[in-house]
Each structure stands twice: as structure tokens, then as C-alpha cells.
Design a protein. Structure first.
Ligand SMILES: Cc1cc2nc3c(=O)[nH]c(=O)nc-3n(C[C@H](O)[C@H](O)[C@H](O)COP(=O)(O)OP(=O)(O)OC[C@H]3O[C@@H](n4cnc5c(N)ncnc54)[C@H](O)[C@@H]3O)c2cc1C
Length: 416
């Protein structure tokens, strides 16, 4: 097998951008993907529409990145969200900006984003091999000499001057992201922080399955840990069979999961009428009482049918009773403060992202180079970086991979 300038493990968002960037600069690049097709995760991202990135300004963008957004600063400056948009547009993929400054392909198809990247990488000269699973690294004199690859029919060793690990995290393992890269990093002496699912549905204690699939719009959701307010979000949420999912719950899940792991008491509190103050709500209810007699009839005017039983239990009111002054108080309070105890979170199979990864202190943020092994680089979700929903996570993959590939190209040129 020929010797490559650069071998990349993982043909996801990071691997593809890294490979294409290096090949455009004249490097001989081999991109190894263990699945039968590259970029399976991109193809299902954004509910099949792929939220490629967003149009947030630099500092605003970084404020959505965890656990230390300063690490991303050089990579994002080098290949910003705006450059990403230009990049896709230049490849013939028009984009649109939607609510929340989120950027999608104009076609509305995540598949087009994946295909566009694969086509560009191939055209730039990248050799892409699918059904090629990297199994381990061969390290000699503090350098990676080669990788052992399982091609299904046989195992081979592939040599290269530089290696980029872009095998992603552990979420949605059916897409191929099963955490293999953490073992390669460990082999190279790197430490991996605790890994847990993030942007993940949260489980409600004694959940009423009647709420399954109920969507609530224009509501506000607050997170409380050990009785203390932590954060809130405004927008849409949705219930599933075991708890809460949807944009707001997912966004709050990072902090909720962290607290649950520490065995803290976690609550999500819904404000079902965020546009109205408590006093305004009371007034509105009193107005409704002119034509409405029972609590049930009143709640029918204020809430979706599906949530009425659960609401009545939490507000401690009897649905068939005539509305009393105490009921008005309880209903108003509960509309502004409907609390759900959170008892757990779903696993990696249903998490959008993995929180945790290769320790940031062991990677040079200006190049994405390992601080332990001179010819080893990392990019994408495998690094201990994660972010909110809204196109941030793909941008992290694009920016870190672009920076790594550019740095490898510069070093190769110097070596010659
Ligand atoms: C359902 C879902 C929807 C999402 N939607 C969005 C969205 O709209 N916008 C957004 O910004 N983010 C979204 N994300 C997150 C985003 O997709 C990821 O953060 C991003 O894809 C990470 O890119 P990556 O290249 O680091 O890893 P991945 O995309 O996971 O790619 C890693 C690749 O490496 C391959 N691989 C793994 N191990 C090996 C091995 N041993 N040998 C060879 N290959 C290997 C895998 O098969 C995979 O193809 C979504 C995630 C999910 C799960």
C-alpha cells in the first residue's frame, strides 16, 4: 500500500473537510470510514435538514460552546461560520438563514450537504475507503508510524506522515460514531474526560404517558437544581413517552445531566403563559368565569386538551368543580410554574452530542496537534468540546478540521 501524507480516521463532518482541505493543498490523503458510506450522521442531522451552521457573531457563537470556548477561538477565527457558508455556496450548495440565525441548505436536504462534501473531497483528490475500520495505532519513537485497518476481507497496515483522528463521539452509534477514537487517543497517552450524553431527552419522574407527543409553543422552561434557579429558555418543547424532549429541553439538558450525575435534585418548570404576569392571568381567568362554570371548561380555554389532567393534578384542583377563588389562585400559579421532577436522561442512542472527550489541555488549540505525539491531530466531536443546538456542533467539526489540515500542509511544505 502506498505511503500517504495524511491518513484520516472517520469520514464525518470533520474528516471530510479535513481531507478535502489537505488534498486541495496537494497532499496525498487517505480517508478511512468504517461504515459503508461517508457522513451518515450529517445525512440525518437537523431532522434530515442539516443545520449546517449559524450567523451568530464570533463572541456570541463562542458563548454557546462548552466547557472552555477559548479553545475554539483560533479555529473559529481561521474558518468562521461565515466562511463555512461561503464555502458551501462556492461548492454549489445554496443556503438559507432561518429563525434563530440558523443556516440550512436551501434544498432542505441534509443528504445534499453530505453529498456535496464527498464530491468536493473526491474532486480535490482524496482517496476515500469505506468499510475500512481503523483498529489501532502503531507508535514508534513517539510518532505514529501507521494504523492497523480492518477492511472486512483483510487487515492491513497503512503508513503516513501525519494522522488525523476524526472519529466523532458516541452519540447515535448506528451512524458509526461508537467512540473508537477515544481508544486511539488513550493509546497515544491522552486522557479522556468523563463522557456523557448531551442535548438529550430528560426523563420525568412518574411521567404521565398521556402527554406523549404533546408540543407546546411559545412557552418558557426553567431549570432548577437543588431548588435554585439555573437557566431558562423560551420557545418550543415536546413530551415523549418517558419525559421531555424538543428544543428547549435539549438545550437545558447539558446542565441538567451534569446535575443528575452529581445526584442533585433537578426540576424543569414550565411557564405556560410567559407573556402574561401572574396578575394579568388572574384577571383573564376572572373574565373567562363570566361564561365558564367549571374548572374543566376554564382549562379548555387556556390549555391543550392533552395536558389538562396532568395540570389539574399538579394544581390540586378538581376538574368537575365550580371555579372557586382558591382554584383561580392555584390555576394562575400553576400556569406560571408547572413543575416536573427530572429523574434521569436517555442514553447515547438518543443524544445529539457527546459531552466530554480528549482533554483540551493536551491539544494545541492553534493547530489541533496533539501535545504528546508530534504527527497526530484531532478534530470534531472527539475533542472535549460541545455546544447547544443551532449549527454550533457541525461548525466545531468544520473549524477544527480545517485548522488541522492547514497546519499539516504547512508543516509538510517545510519538511520538503
Ligand atoms: C440526530 C442528530 C442530529 C444532529 N443535527 C445537527 C445539526 O443539525 N447541526 C449541528 O451543528 N449538529 C448536529 N448534530 C451534531 C453533529 O452531527 C456532530 O457534532 C458532528 O457530526 C460531529 O462531526 P465529527 O466529524 O466529529 O463526527 P461524526 O460525524 O460522528 O463522524 C465520525 C465518523 O467516523 C467514523 N468512524 C468511527 N470510528 C471509526 C473507525 N474506527 N474507523 C473508521 N471510521 C470510524 C464514523 O463512522 C463516522 O462516519 C446532530 C447529531 C445527531 C446525532
Amino acid at each position: 500500500m502506498r505511503t500517504y501524507d495524511l491518513v484520516i480516521a472517520g469520514a464525518g463532518a470533520a474528516g471530510l473537510i479535513g481531507a478535502g482541505t489537505a488534498a486541495e493543498k496537494g497532499l496525498k490523503v487517505l480517508l478511512l470510514e468504517k461504515m459503508e458510506k461517508p457522513a451518515r450522521k450529517i445525512r440525518i442531522s437537523g431532522k434530515g435538514r442539516c443545520n449546517i451552521t449559524n450567523t451568530k457573531q464570533h463572541d456570541d457563537f463562542l458563548s454557546h460552546v462548552y466547557p472552555d470556548s477559548r479553545f475554539l477561538n483560533p479555529a473559529l477565527r481561521n474558518f468562521s461560520n461565515f466562511k463555512t457558508i461561503e464555502f458551501f455556496n462556492s461548492l454549489g450548495l445554496p443556503t438559507v438563514v432561518e429563525r434563530g440565525e440558523r443556516v440550512f441548505p436551501k434544498s432542505g436536504k441534509a443528504w445534499d450537504v453530505a453529498e456535496c462534501l464527498v464530491k468536493w473531497a473526491k474532486k480535490s483528490g482524496v482517496e476515500i475507503m469505506c468499510n475500512a475500520k481503523v483498529k489501532s495505532l502503531n507508535i514508534e519513537n513517539s510518532k505514529i508510524k501507521s494504523v492497523n485497518v480492518d477492511f472486512g476481507y483483510s487487515e492491513k497496515t497503512v503508513e503516513a506522515k501525519y494522522f488525523l483522528i476524526a472519529t466523532g463521539g458516541m452519540s447515535y452509534p448506528l451512524t458509526g460514531s461508537t467512540g473508537d477514537g477515544y481508544n486511539f487517543a488513550r493509546q497515544a497517552g491522552h486522557s479522556i474526560t468523563d463522557l456523557h450524553p448531551s442535548l438529550v431527552p430528560l426523563k420525568i419522574k412518574n411521567h404521565n404517558a398521556q402527554l406523549n407527543r404533546l408540543q407546546l409553543k411559545n412557552i418558557s422552561l426553567s431549570l432548577y437544581v437543588d431548588g435554585k434557579y439555573v437557566d431558562d429558555e423560551f420557545g418550543e418543547t415536546e413530551f415523549n413517552q418517558t419525559g421531555m424532549t424538543g428544543a428547549l429541553a435539549l438545550r437545558l439538558s447539558r446542565k441538567a445531566v451534569g446535575a443528575l450525575i452529581k445526584k442533585k435534585h433537578v426540576e424543569l418548570v414550565l411557564d405556560l403563559k410567559p407573556a402574561l404576569s401572574y396578575e394579568q392571568l388572574e384577571k383573564r381567568i376572572k373574565r373567562e368565569m363570566e361564561t365558564t362554570m367549571t374548572n374543566h371548561a376554564l382549562l379548555r380555554k387556556l390549555l391543550p386538551m392533552q395536558i389538562i389532567d396532568t395540570f389539574a393534578k399538579k394544581a390540586n384542583i378538581k376538574l368537575q368543580n365550580q371555579i372557586s377563588n382558591t382554584d383561580i389562585e392555584n390555576i394562575s400559579k400553576s400556569l406560571k410554574n408547572m413543575s416536573f421532577e427530572i429523574c434521569g436522561f436517555n442514553d447515547f442512542n438518543e443524544a445529539i452530542i457527546t459531552a466530554g472527550g480528549i482533554s483540551l489541555t493536551e491539544i494545541d488549540s492553534k493547530t489541533m496537534k496533539s501535545k504528546l505525539i508530534d504527527n497526530l491531530y484531532f478534530a470534531g466531536e472527539i475533542i472535549n468540546l460541545d455546544a447547544n443546538t443551532g449549527g454550533y456542533n457541525l461548525q466545531i467539526a468544520f473549524s477544527t478540521a480545517r485548522l488541522a489540515a492547514q497546519n499539516i500542509a504547512i508543516r509538510l511544505e517545510k519538511d520538503l
